[in-house]
Design a protein around this ligand. Structure first.
Ligand code: CUA
Length: 177
């Protein structure tokens, strides 16, 4: 019973039961195995992204995003600018309560360096339907090189709970021919 003192006061000196040792060893070996599988899957399964992460002040990230918007906005959707940055360039996407800003338009088979950061707290970038998922934190930018291979409209949803408007935090990426 946990609410009374143990009869054996120095319980931590008791030898570990064999069954417990076996389970601990099994879990440890499995953990090691899965650790090396992550590396294997990165190459063979193309499952884990080669993303980079850097420290950045939210204000600096907002400034860089605004510079890109000022230079390459091609139209508006409601209040949200649609930005068509040149192929090969650095592209910025802001996560904040509760929107992805701006809408991006990429060209098919061109490569872009997509920078993601948050201006307030943690959000989750989830690109649909291709299932690319990246955590987005304030103070850090995640950079991922992407080369879309299919034209169309892609949805971004936030997959980290971020408050009352979490379910309305939707964005868009267009890929054009
Ligand atoms: Cu942003 Cu949930």
């Amino acid at each position: 019973m946990a609410i009374t003192s143990p009869t054996e006061r120095i319980w931590w000196n008791q030898p570990i039961h064999k069954a417990e040792l076996i389970w601990i060893s099994l879990a440890f070996v499995w953990g090691l195995f899965m650790f090396f599988m992550m590396i294997y899957w990165h190459g063979a399964g193309e499952q884990n992204l080669s993303n980079e992460a850097y420290r950045i002040q939210p204000a600096v990230f907002a400034e860089k995003t605004q510079e890109m918007i000022d230079a390459y906005t091609v139209r508006q959707e409601g209040i949200i600018p649609v930005v068509h940055p040149p192929p090969g360039s650095d592209v910025y996407l802001i996560a904040r309560l509760w929107q992805w800003w701006p809408i991006l338009e990429f060209e098919k088979d061109q490569s872009y360096r997509l920078h993601l950061s948050s201006l307030d707290w943690q959000h989750g970038f989830s690109l649909l339907p291709v299932n690319i998922n990246i955590s987005v934190h304030p103070g850090y930018e995640m950079v991922v090189t992407m080369q879309p291979n299919q034209a169309g409209e892609y949805g971004i949803v936030c997959n980290e709970y971020c408050g009352l408007g979490h379910h309305t935090m939707l964005g868009k990426i267009y890929v054009v021919e």
